[in-house]
Design a protein around this ligand. Sequence first.
Ligand code: CP
Ligand code: NVA
Length: 313
Amino acid sequence: MIRKKNLISICDLSKKEIKIVLNKSLEFKNNKVQTNILYGDKLKGKMLGLLFEKPSTRTMVSFATAMVNLGGIPIFLNTEKLQCSRGESIHDTALVLSRYLNGIIIRTFKHCDLEEFAKYSTIPVINGLTDSEHPCQILSSIMTIMELHKIRDIEVLKKIKIVYIGDGSNNIATSFFLISIILELDLTIISPKQYCVKKELLKLITNNINITSDISLVENADVIYTDVWTSMGFESEKNKRKEIFISYQVNEKLLKKASAKCVVLHCLPAIRGEEITTEIMNKYEYSIFMEVENRLHVQKAILLYFLVRNSFN
Ligand code: CP
Ligand code: NVA
């Protein structure tokens, strides 16, 4: 198994590695007390940089908490206060930060900026969201779907019909698309034609993935997943998008078409009344916020996997 240094795309993990990370996440969740005893000093003395160009609540706080729980130290790096705000190159910034830190979480706009940082960095670089992907989120989504449907084995997950409805061109849809190829999941992405899955991804499509603009294909869904209509960085299109996406809202009417055991998930933050109604947010608070909690357990597993090479042996 060739272990990658960085988690830039969900494709940096093989199916086997995803299983390993998810099993460890579940272990963290189920053995809270013992976990602290077993892993409380696994990252002792290690420093984790948190470099966020876009706002974040869940990703930033869960990684910082995970780091402290494992004995490490998080450092919040405000891009406006770093010399890169005055033009220092990504190349040089990566060389500098690699000499102080043991790992770094980066949230940025352009995916290629993250790739460039990773190219020159000698420490593990973890994608905390770019315009193109959100790998850490999607691992929590899969963990949550497995828990909610009481599935222990990833192979059984293939029997669950997952429907992502909303912006098919954004980071969450892309990471869902890619992880569904790796894990052979039954995924339907429903989005308006203008915001369909990115063209460059379509050539990768496998039989288990269905791309459509037809809302009726939500039929028999076991999971309905949505995300904001306007992602960070695309605010200038907000009004146009509101009009285009209106019939793709997750509401009671849509839920009637789904399976009786269907659960609703949202990566959050949500805009109640846009992509999801308040009614549905309240009704599925349990599942939606279970995914929020799972982010903490998954971040611990990710940190351990990437920052301590022999931690899973
Ligand atoms: N879901 C997610 O990544 O949330 P934040 O933007 O708050 O980190
Ligand atoms: N697609 C959203 C996800 C937020 C976690 C965005 O990029 O804003």
